[in-house]
Design a protein. Sequence first.
Lengths: 116, 290
Amino acid sequence: MLLVVTYSRGARRDLRNVCRAHEETVVRRFGRAALFAATDHGAFLACRLREKHPDDVQVERTRPFNEFTDTDAAVREAAAAYEARDEPSTPYRRFAAGTDHPDPAALKARDLDDDR
Amino acid sequence: MTSTAPGLPDAPDARPRVRVRLGDCSVRGRAVDLAARSEAPAIAPAAIAAAVRDPDDDRVRCASPGPLHEHVGLVDGRALPRRRALAAAARALGRRASNRDRIGALEDRLDDHDPPAVDLRAARERVAEAGADVDRQRERVATCQGRVQALREAGADTSDAVADLEAAASALSEAETEHAAAEQALARERQRAREARDAREHRLELEDRLANARREARAELAARVRERVDAALVATPDSSATTFDRADPVTARLALVRVVSLDAPVVLAARRFPDVGAASDWLDAPVIRV
């Protein structure tokens, strides 16, 4: 899908108008952002907004996230284990120390690459 | 308002006047009735009102209109943004909102805000073109390889074809280098854009706060004149309205003009007064009737 984020009042107003006029292509609306369907019409609407507000419209292409294909089991398991921790105030860094869970620096250093 | 008391005999009338010149027709006075002038060329009420507001438009000479004039300068049935008009009337009467210092401070901060540009179009386009070039060069290499292969199988001389293949391979390598450079440049631009967007996001917050503060100011100012305007409204000819918000646009505009007493002329498109002089007296403003 296309994530459209606006950074000025004019761009936000135009995004709102586009969302109102094209419900079939707008998958979801947030305050000053929206998700457009990944169709030529979604691209057309995003390009129009960007054409009108080149500096104030950000468009990113998104896709569904599948934690079973897009990342390693270690990441999933770390997330599950951390959410099940006994002590809610334990920061992840301390939680991971001395375990097999990846430390925060390792998590940040690794990109989700396209073909994983 | 600078008017002297009307009705004093022989008192020089120092109240603001108007001069309208349309084609060969030239009229001066406090109340100008273009509708009664058969020699005056037809002109749209909105055009006359625009001429009132345009200091360079010679067709109307008059005192310069204030911000309220935009709302009431043309008295007709167009929709009227009620609260804005009331707030403009309050300002014309010298009222100031209590949050005006905050508004000024926000305006200053916004003026100082000049976020860098974030248009990444050129960088995106460069990546696309470089990618397309890589595809083209790759196809060319494949074609050359095919030709060398075919010549070899036929036992023919491959030297020219091999030279072509080498040239194609070299061009492909260059295209790939350019593609990688373009990708890197785009990545750098995206990083820079992130910071610029932080600045733009901050500016948007300031703009929202300023808009909210102005809205509050308008609400406060409107509340402070509403009673006076309602009182004028009840006295407006041909109207049964009792509150500003429910009055028709013509009545609402007339009431505002009466409360504020403009120096610049109002253009009357509606007929609510027996004649233009009566309108001018009731409104205490110069009037042009079309």
